[in-house]
Ligand binder design. Structure first.
Ligand SMILES: Cc1cc2nc3c(=O)[nH]c(=O)nc-3n(C[C@H](O)[C@H](O)[C@H](O)COP(=O)(O)O)c2cc1C
Length: 199
Protein backbone atom coordinates (compact mmCIF):
# COMPACT_ATOMS: atom_id res chain seq x y z
CA UNK A 1 0.00 0.00 0.00
CA UNK A 2 1.42 3.38 -1.05
CA UNK A 3 0.48 6.17 1.37
CA UNK A 4 -0.05 9.68 0.04
CA UNK A 5 3.27 11.52 0.50
CA UNK A 6 1.93 14.98 -0.29
CA UNK A 7 1.76 18.03 1.94
CA UNK A 8 -1.70 18.99 3.22
CA UNK A 9 -3.78 21.05 0.79
CA UNK A 10 -2.89 24.72 1.20
CA UNK A 11 0.48 24.06 2.84
CA UNK A 12 3.23 26.37 1.57
CA UNK A 13 5.57 24.75 -0.96
CA UNK A 14 9.11 25.79 -1.93
CA UNK A 15 9.11 28.48 -4.62
CA UNK A 16 10.84 27.64 -7.91
CA UNK A 17 14.47 28.66 -7.95
CA UNK A 18 17.10 28.51 -10.69
CA UNK A 19 19.07 25.27 -10.68
CA UNK A 20 21.71 24.66 -13.31
CA UNK A 21 22.05 21.06 -12.05
CA UNK A 22 18.33 20.42 -12.56
CA UNK A 23 18.38 22.03 -16.00
CA UNK A 24 21.49 20.11 -17.01
CA UNK A 25 19.88 16.83 -16.02
CA UNK A 26 16.68 17.64 -17.91
CA UNK A 27 18.79 18.61 -20.92
CA UNK A 28 20.69 15.31 -20.93
CA UNK A 29 18.06 12.74 -20.01
CA UNK A 30 17.72 9.89 -22.47
CA UNK A 31 15.54 6.83 -22.60
CA UNK A 32 17.28 3.50 -22.11
CA UNK A 33 16.24 0.90 -24.73
CA UNK A 34 13.92 -1.46 -22.85
CA UNK A 35 15.79 -4.63 -23.83
CA UNK A 36 18.98 -3.21 -22.22
CA UNK A 37 17.37 -2.34 -18.87
CA UNK A 38 18.56 -4.81 -16.24
CA UNK A 39 18.81 -5.32 -12.51
CA UNK A 40 18.86 -3.75 -10.09
CA UNK A 41 15.54 -2.02 -10.44
CA UNK A 42 14.02 0.40 -7.97
CA UNK A 43 12.93 -1.06 -4.64
CA UNK A 44 9.42 -0.69 -3.27
CA UNK A 45 10.14 2.65 -1.57
CA UNK A 46 11.77 4.00 -4.70
CA UNK A 47 8.86 2.86 -6.87
CA UNK A 48 6.48 4.61 -4.48
CA UNK A 49 8.55 7.77 -4.74
CA UNK A 50 8.67 7.60 -8.54
CA UNK A 51 4.90 7.15 -8.73
CA UNK A 52 4.23 9.95 -6.25
CA UNK A 53 6.24 12.33 -8.43
CA UNK A 54 4.57 11.03 -11.59
CA UNK A 55 1.09 11.58 -10.18
CA UNK A 56 2.02 15.19 -9.42
CA UNK A 57 0.95 16.06 -12.91
CA UNK A 58 -1.31 18.77 -14.30
CA UNK A 59 -4.81 17.39 -14.59
CA UNK A 60 -7.62 19.67 -15.81
CA UNK A 61 -10.61 19.25 -13.50
CA UNK A 62 -8.66 17.20 -10.92
CA UNK A 63 -10.13 13.98 -12.29
CA UNK A 64 -6.92 11.94 -11.87
CA UNK A 65 -7.86 10.11 -15.11
CA UNK A 66 -5.13 7.51 -14.86
CA UNK A 67 -3.97 4.64 -12.68
CA UNK A 68 -0.76 2.69 -12.18
CA UNK A 69 -0.06 -1.04 -12.24
CA UNK A 70 3.33 -2.22 -11.01
CA UNK A 71 4.42 -5.21 -13.07
CA UNK A 72 7.12 -7.31 -11.42
CA UNK A 73 9.45 -9.60 -13.36
CA UNK A 74 7.37 -12.74 -12.75
CA UNK A 75 4.13 -11.11 -13.91
CA UNK A 76 5.85 -9.74 -17.01
CA UNK A 77 7.28 -13.16 -17.88
CA UNK A 78 3.90 -14.84 -17.34
CA UNK A 79 1.99 -12.32 -19.44
CA UNK A 80 4.66 -12.30 -22.18
CA UNK A 81 4.26 -16.08 -22.47
CA UNK A 82 0.48 -15.68 -22.77
CA UNK A 83 0.94 -12.92 -25.37
CA UNK A 84 3.28 -14.95 -27.59
CA UNK A 85 0.58 -16.95 -29.42
CA UNK A 86 -1.44 -13.74 -29.88
CA UNK A 87 1.35 -11.84 -31.65
CA UNK A 88 0.39 -10.67 -35.16
CA UNK A 89 3.70 -11.74 -36.73
CA UNK A 90 7.26 -12.87 -35.83
CA UNK A 91 8.25 -9.26 -35.12
CA UNK A 92 5.40 -9.11 -32.64
CA UNK A 93 6.93 -12.09 -30.84
CA UNK A 94 10.42 -10.53 -30.95
CA UNK A 95 9.31 -7.27 -29.32
CA UNK A 96 8.11 -9.23 -26.30
CA UNK A 97 11.82 -9.24 -25.31
CA UNK A 98 11.29 -5.60 -24.34
CA UNK A 99 8.47 -6.58 -22.00
CA UNK A 100 10.54 -9.34 -20.39
CA UNK A 101 13.88 -7.57 -19.90
CA UNK A 102 13.38 -5.04 -17.11
CA UNK A 103 13.24 -5.93 -13.42
CA UNK A 104 10.09 -3.86 -12.99
CA UNK A 105 7.66 -1.88 -15.08
CA UNK A 106 4.96 0.64 -14.22
CA UNK A 107 2.00 0.46 -16.57
CA UNK A 108 0.07 3.71 -16.86
CA UNK A 109 -3.58 3.25 -17.72
CA UNK A 110 -5.62 6.20 -18.94
CA UNK A 111 -9.03 6.08 -17.26
CA UNK A 112 -10.95 8.93 -18.90
CA UNK A 113 -14.43 9.67 -17.65
CA UNK A 114 -17.44 11.20 -19.41
CA UNK A 115 -17.34 14.89 -18.66
CA UNK A 116 -19.18 17.90 -20.07
CA UNK A 117 -16.29 20.15 -19.07
CA UNK A 118 -13.07 18.20 -19.62
CA UNK A 119 -12.56 16.71 -23.09
CA UNK A 120 -11.32 13.13 -23.22
CA UNK A 121 -8.32 14.40 -25.20
CA UNK A 122 -7.21 16.50 -22.24
CA UNK A 123 -7.62 13.58 -19.85
CA UNK A 124 -5.45 11.44 -22.12
CA UNK A 125 -2.87 14.20 -22.42
CA UNK A 126 -2.65 14.16 -18.64
CA UNK A 127 -1.96 10.41 -18.76
CA UNK A 128 0.86 11.10 -21.21
CA UNK A 129 2.26 13.73 -18.87
CA UNK A 130 2.19 11.15 -16.07
CA UNK A 131 4.31 8.84 -18.25
CA UNK A 132 6.83 11.60 -18.91
CA UNK A 133 6.99 12.40 -15.20
CA UNK A 134 7.74 8.74 -14.48
CA UNK A 135 10.74 9.01 -16.80
CA UNK A 136 11.96 12.15 -15.03
CA UNK A 137 11.48 10.72 -11.54
CA UNK A 138 13.29 7.50 -12.48
CA UNK A 139 16.12 9.56 -13.94
CA UNK A 140 16.35 11.65 -10.76
CA UNK A 141 16.75 8.45 -8.74
CA UNK A 142 19.50 7.25 -11.06
CA UNK A 143 17.55 4.60 -12.96
CA UNK A 144 17.23 4.02 -16.68
CA UNK A 145 13.70 4.02 -18.04
CA UNK A 146 11.81 3.51 -21.28
CA UNK A 147 8.23 4.37 -22.23
CA UNK A 148 6.97 1.83 -24.71
CA UNK A 149 3.66 0.63 -26.03
CA UNK A 150 3.98 -2.01 -28.80
CA UNK A 151 1.06 -4.00 -30.24
CA UNK A 152 -0.10 -5.49 -26.94
CA UNK A 153 -0.99 -2.00 -25.69
CA UNK A 154 -3.70 -1.80 -28.36
CA UNK A 155 -5.04 -5.33 -28.88
CA UNK A 156 -8.07 -5.77 -26.57
CA UNK A 157 -7.39 -9.46 -25.90
CA UNK A 158 -3.85 -8.47 -24.92
CA UNK A 159 -4.75 -5.50 -22.75
CA UNK A 160 -7.21 -7.70 -20.86
CA UNK A 161 -4.26 -9.81 -19.70
CA UNK A 162 -2.95 -6.70 -17.93
CA UNK A 163 -6.33 -6.08 -16.27
CA UNK A 164 -7.29 -3.15 -18.49
CA UNK A 165 -11.04 -2.56 -18.39
CA UNK A 166 -13.54 -1.28 -20.97
CA UNK A 167 -13.13 2.45 -21.54
CA UNK A 168 -9.52 2.40 -20.36
CA UNK A 169 -6.41 2.61 -22.55
CA UNK A 170 -2.77 1.82 -21.91
CA UNK A 171 -0.81 5.08 -22.04
CA UNK A 172 2.50 3.32 -21.67
CA UNK A 173 4.66 0.68 -20.10
CA UNK A 174 7.45 2.45 -18.25
CA UNK A 175 10.29 0.00 -17.77
CA UNK A 176 12.66 0.79 -14.92
CA UNK A 177 16.09 -0.51 -13.99
CA UNK A 178 19.79 -0.18 -14.62
CA UNK A 179 21.11 0.68 -18.09
CA UNK A 180 23.56 -1.82 -19.58
CA UNK A 181 25.62 1.05 -21.01
CA UNK A 182 25.75 4.84 -20.75
CA UNK A 183 23.35 6.59 -23.13
CA UNK A 184 24.36 8.12 -26.45
CA UNK A 185 22.65 11.16 -27.89
CA UNK A 186 20.13 10.47 -30.64
CA UNK A 187 19.13 12.72 -33.51
CA UNK A 188 16.97 15.58 -32.36
CA UNK A 189 14.55 17.77 -34.29
CA UNK A 190 15.63 21.04 -35.85
CA UNK A 191 14.12 23.46 -33.36
CA UNK A 192 14.21 26.36 -35.82
CA UNK A 193 11.70 24.45 -37.98
CA UNK A 194 9.39 23.86 -35.03
CA UNK A 195 9.32 27.18 -33.23
CA UNK A 196 7.49 30.25 -34.40
CA UNK A 197 6.39 33.30 -32.59
CA UNK A 198 3.39 35.57 -32.51
CA UNK A 199 4.03 39.01 -31.03
C1 LIG B 1 3.75 7.15 -26.66
C2 LIG B 1 5.06 6.45 -26.88
C3 LIG B 1 5.07 5.15 -27.33
C4 LIG B 1 6.26 4.48 -27.56
N1 LIG B 1 6.22 3.20 -27.99
C5 LIG B 1 7.36 2.53 -28.21
C6 LIG B 1 7.33 1.19 -28.66
O1 LIG B 1 6.26 0.63 -28.89
N2 LIG B 1 8.48 0.53 -28.84
C7 LIG B 1 9.68 1.16 -28.61
O2 LIG B 1 10.73 0.51 -28.81
N3 LIG B 1 9.76 2.43 -28.17
C8 LIG B 1 8.63 3.13 -27.98
N4 LIG B 1 8.68 4.42 -27.52
C9 LIG B 1 9.98 4.97 -27.07
C10 LIG B 1 10.71 5.73 -28.12
O3 LIG B 1 10.73 5.06 -29.32
C11 LIG B 1 12.15 6.05 -27.66
O4 LIG B 1 12.62 5.23 -26.64
C12 LIG B 1 12.20 7.47 -27.17
O5 LIG B 1 11.52 8.31 -28.05
C13 LIG B 1 13.64 7.92 -27.02
O6 LIG B 1 13.68 9.31 -26.75
P1 LIG B 1 14.45 9.94 -25.51
O7 LIG B 1 15.78 9.26 -25.38
O8 LIG B 1 14.54 11.38 -25.82
O9 LIG B 1 13.60 9.71 -24.29
C14 LIG B 1 7.50 5.13 -27.31
C15 LIG B 1 7.48 6.46 -26.85
C16 LIG B 1 6.30 7.11 -26.65
C17 LIG B 1 6.31 8.54 -26.17
Amino acid sequence: MIMSPYAPVGAPLPAPEPSEAYLKRLSNRRSTPAQTIGAPGPGEDQIARIISVAARTPDHGKLAPWRFVILGAAAKARIAAELEPMAPDPKGVAVLAKLRASPVCVMVVATPVESQKIPQWEQELSAGAVCMNLLHAADALGFGANWITDWYAYEPAATALFGVKAGERIAGFIHLGTPAAPPLERDRPDLSALISRLD
